[in-house]
Design a protein around this ligand. Structure first.
Ligand code: THU
Length: 142
């Protein structure tokens, strides 16, 4: 894994996981009862955290990963280097399909880590979670 890529067990990787765990505590998930915390390491080296934000109109629920990325982009970031997701479960939770697409937009090379309340974890890359991704390149006609 490349230097500064927030590889697991590096200082920045651990900070990213810690930020995802802290964000989980702020989740608003009264409908599903499934709280999620996420954090992204952006191009500047800063970490942005987010939680899932649900709504009585269920289709408007926002995932933790997307909340974190929206915060990073709103702060002026355009590159996502790594993503960490925390759920208080026995198995780690991989980002949903929609979030994979949004992670890919800003971090086609991003590392993705999912941690939970057991020692099980997922350490992968967005390209592995979203093969043959649709992207801005796909919009070129010729
Ligand atoms: N959720 C996330 O925040 N991230 C994911 O990758 C999977 C799902 C949230 C959305 C919803 O608030 C709850 O988990 C149940 O689907």
């Amino acid at each position: 894994m490349k230097k500064g890529s927030a590889a697991p067990s590096t200082a920045v990787g651990l900070r990213l996981e810690k930020a995802a765990r802290a964000a989980y505590a702020r989740a608003y998930a009264p409908y599903s009862g499934f709280s999620v915390g996420a954090a992204v390491l952006a191009g500047s080296g800063k970490i942005y955290a987010g939680c899932n934000v649900e709504n009585a109109s269920y289709g408007l629920c926002t995932c933790a990963e997307r909340t974190a990325i929206a915060g990073a982009v709103s702060a002026g970031e355009r590159k996502i280097r790594a993503v960490a997701v925390y759920t208080p479960t026995a198995k780690p939770t991989a980002p949903c399909g929609a979030c994979r697409q949004i992670i890919f937009e800003f971090g086609p090379d991003a590392a993705v880590t999912s941690v939970c309340d057991s020692a099980e974890r997922i350490d992968t890359r967005i390209a592995a979670l979203l093969p043959s991704a649709f992207s801005g390149k796909s919009l070129k006609r010729k």
